[in-house]
Every structure is written in structure tokens, then in C-alpha cells.
Write a protein that binds this ligand. Structure first.
Ligand code: AGP
Length: 607
């Protein structure tokens, strides 16, 4: 969601800020702004719309010697998209930017009204600026401490105070902030993508710790006034990983990144042909002491969890339930110390997923997270973490982060089965070999890119469609459907193929294309019968299959997409690439903004 950047040092701050905001665009936003010290005065430039509009405004202004400032991309929550509602917000001595939601802003606004103070915007953020100003008596740290006690909700703030040039003060509760200091100065941002230009070493600002950024250093104090030492982290990817590398879109690049990302994720966890989490410090007791698994996550990550359930139940024979994190904690889930709660998150900052972990811990359950971003809140708050190694994922539509999540579930299922004697070592070795082969075969799908564009052309006029499948293919249908809706804006619904005739088949006409996935041997013939049912009602069928069935011809499908023939339990890797391509090409053919679809944010840090 909102992007934050702050810089103070020896560079032109307006350039650092606008560049940083452009790098944070992928998070999703609708307006942008910066504020900076100029001749000891704070000046603000902001606008509804894109960072490019902001940049034009900045470049058209005469700005003298600005070396300290804050910048923000806003994803509207409270108040519409307008120049006034854009950040930074200024009230009295305080100018700030904010990522999060101030939940008690209405009460605070009423308190401030009694003093005759009224905001000019409709935002909760301006109320936060007013509260900090209300607490300010010349000492910024004291003001922030007092304000922290009055604010409820989630926040990451970067604050500048009138008359205190060259300094940025920051605090967070929930919303992420990462920072680094180099000889060029001090930089803080909502994620590493905007810091990597300056350093690969950084720290996550601990919650309720106040950071003071100057050109010389960054100091941290907690709310009791104690100095806090930052815990330094290191990212293992380079600036190139966050660039398009010659591809038209980040999404296309990230589709192509998958074989390497998958190998990077599984290889360190295979020893002597067997799955192991030794280096991740995940002891086998996590599995041997567990009689039930609850998986929870949001969106695509939840879809990875559905595949995880299928695998774990199939080979480790332990019951698994999967729930979307926004429902999980309101469903009063049954958990105790023998429950393992597995959460999945690319960003590691998704608010609902984080809330689920906190609830699981209250119930004494063990928490294991599968996370892509090192040091993120979900990773830090979980008992155990299995990091995926996808590198930065910039396109809003998740591709490589999803398949690496799948790969970790394949390893979890195998390790679980091995340590609970459902698998012999030979079984596990055979399974790992098949996993490696499946990942290899992703390259074969990538080599057929052009075919997917041709098939997508058949959906040029589609406004609605169905994705159908059975078993693992149904899990993939859900992901395919989400991907398509998200970036091509084609309304689509994923359906268990056998369930159509219980109501939904009434929607099937020649205007309702159906994408059918048929890779699972055990249900293959049933799936073909289900396809015949929709074909008989006029649907144009795109069939994704790994079979070489002689009976599959134009009588049942208009287009056939063949994926490599591998053990069907491992088909999700190759199928994933096909569904990603279909969504990608549908969006490209409709001339849509593939990487930044409307209304969406990459990381959803509010509930
Ligand atoms: C998928 O393409 C989405 N952009 C979205 O569903 C995403 O997977 C979800 O918001 C969860 O995000 P996370 O993995 O960062 O927690």
C-alpha cells in the first residue's frame, strides 16, 4: 500500500525522493507528494495521480539546496483521491507522511475540535499530524512519545518539524519501515526496493522505537528513552533484480525468473537427496508434535496453501484446513499446542495474515511462516520461518512468489511424511527427484510463450469466463481465475468441475468461455466428461492438459495447451506458468497496465 521514502544527507533530496517514489510505485497508489527543507523552511509539492505528474511539478519548480525531505505515494483509505488528501500533511509545526490507518481518528478529531482545530483534508493522517503538533512543546521525541500513546491503529510515520532542519523522525506500529545509513546520508523507506540503490545492508525499525535520521547517522530510542541498537540485515539480491531487465513488464520478467527462483528456494533444503529444514532451524518436533495444521493467508498466497493442504494430507496424512486470513480470526478457529499454523506471505506484511499469527500464538499453537521478504513483520513474529528466494516481486500480480511458495509446501509435505514414517528415505528421494524434474520442465513451458499469446487472442472479446478443474487442478483454477480478474479485468469464476451441474451450468452459453485444467490422472476421465458437458452447451473450451489422449480433439476443446508430461502430483509448477501467461497476454492485448492494475496494492497492510 502507501509508499514511504525519507532522505537526509549530501544529495539533492527532491531527486532522491522522486526516484524512490517511482521505485515504490509497484506497491499501488493514487497520489504522490514530497516535502523538503528549503532554506530552513518546509515546502510541500503534492498531487493526485502518478509519480510522473509529481516529478513534472517538482521539475517545474525552482528549488534551492534541498537535502532533507520525505516522500509518499498514497493508496486512498479515508477520503477520496485529491491533491488535498495527498500526503505530506502539515499542521502547525508538523509535516508528516503515513502508511496505515488511525483507527481512533474520529474521537481525536472531536477532541481537537474542542480546541477549535479543524483539518482541511478528509484523511485520518492529517489528524495524526494535528495530534503530534498538539503534543509538541519544542522536543520532537517527547511529542512523538506522547502522540504514540494517543494514536490507535497502524502506522509508519516520517515526520519533519518546523525549525528543525536536516532531521527526520520516524516511528511505526505495524506498517513496515526499513532504513540504512551510508556516506551519502540516511534513508528510510517502506521497503528495500527503494533502499537497494544505497546499500544492501539495512535494518527494520523496531515497533514503537523512534528513529532520528540526520546526514551523519541514524539514532534509535525506545519510548523509555533507552538507546536501541539496530539489528542489521543483508539482502541477497542486486538492483538488477528490481529492474525489468529488457522485458516489457515486470510480470513477464518474473514469470521467466521462476526456474531460478524455484531452484534457489529448494536447493539449500535438499541434503543427500532428502528434504531438510536444518539450516532454517525448524526442528522435526514441529511436525512430530502436530496433530492438525491450519493454513491461512490471503489471495494468491492462500491458493498456494490449498495446494499445500492437498499434498500434506495426501502424503503426511495429517488433517489440514485452509482459510483466508481475513476470515480466519473471526471464525474462532480451534487451536492448541498441537496445532501448527502455517501462514504464507510474499511481503511478510499483510495485515490479516499477521493478525492470524498473533491469534494463533495466543492459543498456544506453533506458527510457521513461508515468507519472501527477509526481516518482515510476519517473519519476525512467527516461531519458525521458511524464506522463499524469489527475489523482489514488483508486479502486483504474484507469479514467482506463488510458485516458490508451492515448492516449500512440497518440501514440508515430504519432510513431514519422512519424520512421521509415512515416507521411507527411498520414497522421499524419489519424490525430491520428481520435484526437481518438475521445476526443470518449467523451462519447456517458458519456451512456448508465443503459443499462449495465440490462445489468449481467443479471449479478446470475453467479458466472463469459467476456470474449471478437479483436485490440484481446482486449486490452480482458483489461482488462474484470480490472476485473470486482477490484471485483465475479465470477470472469471473458478469452479470445481464436477459441481457445475449443481446450478452453475445454467450460465454456460456460447458467450461463456471455459478454461479447463486436466492434469490429474485419478480424475482425468471425469474431467473430460465435465468438459463435454460444457462443450455440449456451446462453451468455447481452452483445455490445459499434460495428457496425450487421442480422444481429445476439437469435439471437446477449441484450443489445447499441452504441458510437459510429468508425475501429476507435480503438475502445478507447469500449470502455474500457463495460467500466468494467459492472464498476462489477455491484459497486454487489452492494453492494460499489467504491472499496476487499478485499485490494487502489492502489499495490503490494512485489514
Ligand atoms: C496476487 O496476485 C495478489 N496480488 C494478492 O492476492 C496477494 O497474493 C495477497 O495480497 C497476499 O499478499 P502477501 O503474499 O504479500 O501476503
Amino acid at each position: 500500500m502507501c509508499g514511504i521514502i525519507g532522505f537526509t544527507g549530501h544529495l539533492d533530496a527532491t531527486k532522491v525522493l522522486t526516484k524512490g517514489l517511482a521505485e515504490l510505485e509497484y506497491r499501488g497508489y493514487d497520489s504522490a507528494g514530497i516535502a523538503f527543507f528549503e532554506n530552513e523552511e518546509i515546502r510541500t509539492i503534492k498531487t493526485a495521480g502518478k509519480v510522473a505528474c509529481l516529478k513534472e511539478k517538482v521539475e517545474a519548480s525552482t528549488i534551492n539546496d534541498a537535502t532533507c525531505g520525505i516522500g509518499h505515494t498514497r493508496w486512498a483509505t479515508h477520503g477520496g483521491v485529491s491533491d488535498t488528501n495527498s500526503h505530506p500533511h502539515t499542521f502547525g509545526n508538523v509535516t508528516l507522511i503515513h502508511n496505515g490507518i488511525i483507527e481512533n481518528y474520529k474521537e481525536l478529531q472531536a477532541e481537537l475540535a474542542l480546541q477549535g482545530k479543524t483539518p482541511i483534508s478528509q484523511t485520518d493522517t492529517e489528524i495524526a499530524a494535528m495530534i503530534i503538533d498538539d503534543c509538541f512543546d519544542g522536543d520532537p521525541i517527547e511529542a512523538i512519545k506522547k502522540a504514540d500513546a494517543r494514536l490507535d491503529g497502524q502506522y509508519g510515520f516520517c515526520i519533519m518539524f518546523k525549525g528543525i532542519p536536516g532531521k527526520i523522525f520516524c516511528i511505526r506500529n505495524g506498517s513496515p519501515l526499513v532504513a540504512t545509513h551510508t556516506e551519502k546520508g540516511s534513508v528510510i523507506a517502506s521497503d528495500m526496493v527503494a533502499l537497494i540503490d544505497y546499500s544492501k545492508d539495512y535494518f527494520v525499525l523496531p515497533e514503537h522505537v523512534i528513529a532520528t535520521l540526520t546526514a551523519e547517522d541514524i539514532t534509535l530510542v525506545d519510548l523509555e528513552g533507552n538507546n536501541v541498537e539496530p539489528e542489521m540485515l543483508h539482502v541477497d539480491w542486486d538492483i538488477e533484480a528490481a529492474m525489468k531487465g529488457g522485458y516489457d513488464y515486470f510480470m513477464l520478467k518474473e514469470i521467466h525468473d521462476q526456474p531460478a527462483a524455484l531452484m534457489n528456494t529448494i536447493t539449500p533444503r535438499i541434503k543427500d537427496g532428502l528434504p531438510t529444514f536444518e539450516a532454517d532451524n525448524v526442528p522435526d518436533e514441529v511436525f512430530t508434535n502436530c496433530n492438525r495444521i491450519l493454513i491461512t493467508a490471503c489471495g494468491t498466497a492462500m491458493h498456494a496453501g490449498l495446494v499445500g493442504k492437498n499434498l500434506i494430507e495426501r502424503i503426511a496424512r495429517v488433517p489440514v484446513t485452509v482459510d483466508v486470513a481475513s476470515e480466519f480470526r473471526y471464525n474462532d478457529p480451534i487451536m492448541d499446542e498441537h496445532t501448527l499454523v502455517i501462514t504464507i506471505s510474499q511481503s511478510g506484511e499483510t495485515a490479516d495474515t499477521l493478525a492470524a499469527i498473533r491469534l494463533a500464538k495466543e492459543h498456544g499453537a506453533k506458527t510457521l511462516s513461508i515468507v519472501n521478504v527477509k526481516g518482515s513483520t510476519i517473519a519476525r513474529e512467527s516461531d519458525y520461518v521458511l524464506y522463499t528466494h524469489a527475489g523482489p516481486e514488483i508486479a502486483v500480480a504474484s507469479t514467482k512468489a506463488y510458485t516458490v511458495q508451492l515448492s516449500v509446501f512440497y518440501l514440508i509435505a515430504a519432510r513431514f511424511a519422512l519424520v512421521t514414517n509415512k515416507f521411507t528415505e527411498d520414497d522421499a528421494r524419489d519424490y525430491i527427484t520428481k520435484l526437481q524434474q518438475a521445476i526443470e520442465s518449467v523451462n519447456e513451458v517458458l519456451a512456448n510463450e508465443k503459443d499462449f499469446e495465440d490462445v489468449s487472442a481467443s479471449l479478446d472479446t470475453a467479458e466472463n469466463l469459467f476456470y474449471i478443474g478437479r483436485g490440484l487442478d481446482y486449486c490452480l483454477a482458483m489461482e488462474g481465475s484470480l490472476k485473470l480478474k486482477e490484471i485483465s479485468y475479465i470477470h472469471s469464476e473458478a469452479y470445481a468441475a464436477g459441481e457445475l451441474k449443481h446450478g452453475t451450468i445454467s450460465l454456460i452459453t456460447e458467450d461463456m468461455p471455459v478454461i479447463a485444467i486436466a492434469t490429474q490422472n485419478g480424475v482425468y476421465s471425469k474431467m473430460i466428461s465435465n468438459i463435454r458437458e460444457v462443450k455440449a452447451r456451446g462453451a468455447k473450451v481452452i483445455l490445459i492438459t499434460n495428457g496425450d489422449d487421442q480422444n481429445v480433439d476439437e469435439s471437446i476443446c477449441s484450443f489445447q495447451v499441452s504441458i510437459p508430461k510429468i508425475d501429476d502430483m507435480f503438475a502445478p509448477f507447469t500449470t502455474s506458468v500457463v495460467i500466468q501467461y494467459l492472464a498476462y497476454f489477455c491484459a497486454v492485448r487489452r492494453a492494460l497496465n499489467v504491472d499496476q492494475p487499478r485499485n490494487l496494492a502489492k502489499s495490503v497492510t490494512v485489514e
